[in-house]
Design a protein around this ligand. Structure first.
Ligand code: UDP
Length: 380
């Protein structure tokens, strides 16, 4: 019997991890296509020819997970150097530490609170009339009060998402911790790091297997599916169905490059939450690799906008109208024979790298179980 041939659409973490798992666990051949000229999706990294700095081409990616399986998995494919993301917010009232922690609170209010005092103080600022926060703004007002919300969240969120924070789900704010100690680590996860030679090198090693063929600059056409036993689609779900139900809303980001000598801003990421500043944040990429030395530096001012048809989609907006459209696409996806949809774009969810990898591994487990079961059924 010829080996089954599977098509993986998209060479980001989803497509790469699933392809690798399937060719490792079962007899099959994988073709991984990507419409872009590089693998790695939005995690793509490459060396900047002028400075030698490793660039996170689609914006900063700091690997963070508490999932032991995911952490063990990625480390098979490269060295992750310890990296703790410490973000600053530059506002008209000064420069503060993010996410909001005891240092932020004490500096912002000119206090010398201990953790217990700070907790009581911030609780007193919160709007107690909000019982169940229904959106981002209510979540912030309930737990932080107006002053902290206006300074650190309102403008940033308006600029980042292009809508009022009342239109956004409370879950977006819940991504960020508020701490009543001096821990200024941006993430709460157990394992945090950045690959020594970039994410693209990691994904290249995941894809480096004799049963995997990678084709770049190759757009997916639905007719391609006929040549394969199964298609694993990780692109935008609305594009798969030729936008028949309408376009899902995404935000995209633009980067304005700044070249400088030495150290431009003294930190990897500085957020600019004031509405008067057009950009949301500035990232200086040499600081994501503190184990390297470079004389010159390169930073990017990040601005956010609505995604036009030719833009790279970044953040799924998931407004009420989007969720309705999504339900229709989901029903169509379930009725689509021989195609599975996975990853950030195909499921239209706000997913970090670790979630994408975790789901690809679980997807491989489930696919393997079904395939084994149908093989033993046909033998029996
Ligand atoms: N956010 C904010 N001010 C900040 C940082 C974040 O208002 O200084 C809000 C913003 O709406 C953002 C959300 O908190 O979308 C989640 O932040 P996170 O850093 O997780 O966003 P990411 O860019 O990593 O997706």
């Amino acid at each position: 019997m010829p080996k089954p041939r599977y098509l993986f659409v998209g060479a980001g973490f989803s497509g790469a991890v699933l392809a690798r798992e399937l060719v490792t666990r079962m007899e099959c051949e994988a073709v991984v296509i990507d419409s872009r000229p590089h693998i790695g999706g939005n995690c793509h990294t490459e060396r900047d020819p002028t400075t030698g700095v490793m660039l996170h081409v689609y914006g900063p990616h700091i690997f963070n997970t508490s999932n032991e399986r995911v952490w063990a998995y990625v480390q098979q494919f490269g060295v992750f150097r310890p990296f703790i993301n410490r973000v600053k917010a530059s506002t008209s009232r000064g420069v503060f530490s993010m996410p909001i922690n005891l240092h932020t609170i004490n500096q912002f209010f000119g206090k010398r609170f201990n953790p217990v005092e700070a907790r009581a103080f911030v609780a007193g600022l919160g709007d107690q009339s909000i019982e169940e926060p229904q959106n981002f703004q209510e979540q912030a007002l309930k737990f932080l009060g107006r002053d902290l919300y206006q300074t650190f969240f309102y403008g940033y969120t308006r600029k980042q998402w292009g809508c009022e924070p009342t239109e956004l789900p409370a879950s977006i704010l819940k991504r960020l911790p508020v701490r009543f100690n001096y821990d200024d680590n941006y993430y709460n996860q157990k394992f945090q790091g950045i690959p020594e030679d970039g994410y693209t090198a990691i994904i290249a090693r995941i894809l480096d297997h004799p049963a995997i063929e990678v084709r770049l600059n190759t757009a997916f056409r639905r007719g391609d599916a006929e040549q394969f036993d199964h298609v694993f689609y990780t692109g935008p779900i609305d594009a798969f169905f030729d936008f028949s139900e309408g376009r899902l809303g995404y935000r995209t980001v633009n980067f304005e490059r700044i070249d400088a000598e030495g150290d431009y801003q003294g930190n990897p990421v500085i957020n600019y939450p004031d509405m008067e500043v057009p950009w949301t944040r500035v990232h200086e990429h040499k600081h994501f690799a503190p184990w390297e030395t470079h004389e010159r530096t390169v930073a990017f001012r990040e601005t956010s906008k609505e995604t036009a048809p030719d833009d790279v989609p970044y953040y799924p907006k998931r407004l009420a109208a989007d969720r309705e459209i999504l339900l229709r696409y989901r029903a169509m996806a379930e009725a689509q024979p021989g195609v599975s949809f996975l990853g950030r774009l195909a499921t239209y969810r706000y997913m970090d790298m670790e979630a994408v990898i975790g789901e690809a591994l679980e997807f491989a487990d489930a696919f393997q179980r079904t395939t084994l079961r149908s093989a033993s059924d046909s033998e029996g």
